[in-house]
Design a protein around this ligand. Structure first.
Ligand SMILES: Nc1ncnc2c1ncn2[C@@H]1O[C@H](COP(=O)(O)OP(=O)(O)O)[C@@H](O)[C@H]1O
Ligand SMILES: [Mg+2]
Length: 259
């Protein structure tokens, strides 16, 4: 596997690792509205959710129920919401924009339905794209990232494909490349928005198997939103979302010892 997943509590701030690590995500009464006046639309309507470290959660629901909106809020991509959100034990409202960007860039990985690869860059350069936003770009750091990118390519079954452009790759290969990119900075939390939505059933299952392996081998916390059963079936727990409200499985606070 090449490296061990960094654990909550043993992050850069030097805190000791401990058995009662905070939940990775604690969301309380999240609401999000789009539009104004009569056109206002509640995309999220009071969602509470606790996700423990190392958990693989699927958020299942039909198109338009608020899944992407929820992921955007959980990933600090969208700050215009009501309610409270703590990530890795920190209240995001008390974090500066720079702190949130750092957290998003180093501790959270994103995987999207449409891959969002950069078409003019090779596979290897796509994996390395997250390093463009990092201030420490010393030669040593660049070298380590390049080595890691090569390692991820082979780990995801793309050895020897680093020079290919995304257009030379199949859908499944593109998504594996996107997963490699998401893993480059060794995130603790992977947020996946319909990651199998553009893939046929067989290819989609390969992606699901990769998530399961990442979850088991690296203790990666995964939140995947989907309307597809095979992905949901691979998760430890399913939360169902209907019209912006979670209808089952949302609260697991008793399991992780936090409110
Ligand atoms: N930028 C936006 N402006 C207005 N309405 C939006 C916007 N994004 C999403 N919505 C609406 O919010 C609801 C939830 O959307 P979304 O989170 O994308 O759902 P899902 O990912 O489950 O398909 C939908 O009714 C959608 O039309
Ligand atoms: Mg969506």
């Amino acid at each position: 596997m090449g490296y061990r997943q960094r654990r909550v509590g043993a992050a850069n701030n030097g805190e000791a690792e401990n058995a009662t690590a905070p939940a990775v995500v604690e969301a309380t009464d999240l609401s999000k509205r789009y539009g104004r006046g009569k056109g206002v639309k509640a995309a999220l309507d009071g969602v509470s959710l606790t996700v423990a470290q190392g958990e693989f959660l699927a958020v299942l629901g039909p198109s338009g129920c608020g899944k992407s909106t929820l992921l955007g809020v959980l990933g600090c991509l969208d700050q215009s919401f009501e309610g409270q959100l703590a990530l890795f034990g920190r209240n995001t409202r008390q974090m500066s924009d720079a702190d949130q960007a750092r957290l998003r860039g180093t501790r959270i990985g994103f995987v999207f339905q449409a891959f969002h690869l950069l078409g003019h860059l090779t596979a290897l350069a796509n994996i390395l794209a997250p390093t463009l936003f990092i201030s420490n770009r010393s030669g040593g750091a660049q070298h380590r990232w390049a080595e890691r990118a090569e390692h991820l390519l082979s780990e995801l079954g793309l050895a020897g494909r680093g020079g290919d452009l995304p257009e030379q790759m199949s859908g499944g290969e593109r998504q594996r490349l996107a997963i490699a990119r998401a893993l480059l900075m060794e995130p603790e939390l992977l947020l996946c928005d319909e990651p199998t939505g553009n893939l046929d059933a067989v290819t989609g299952q390969q992606i699901v198997d990769i998530f399961r392996r990442l979850h088991q081998d690296r203790e990666l916390t995964i939140i995947a939103v989907t309307h597809e059963q095979p992905l949901a079936a691979a998760a430890d727990r399913i939360v169902e979302l209907r019209a912006g409200k979670s209808v089952t499985g949302a609260d697991r606070s008793s399991h992780v010892g936090v409110v």
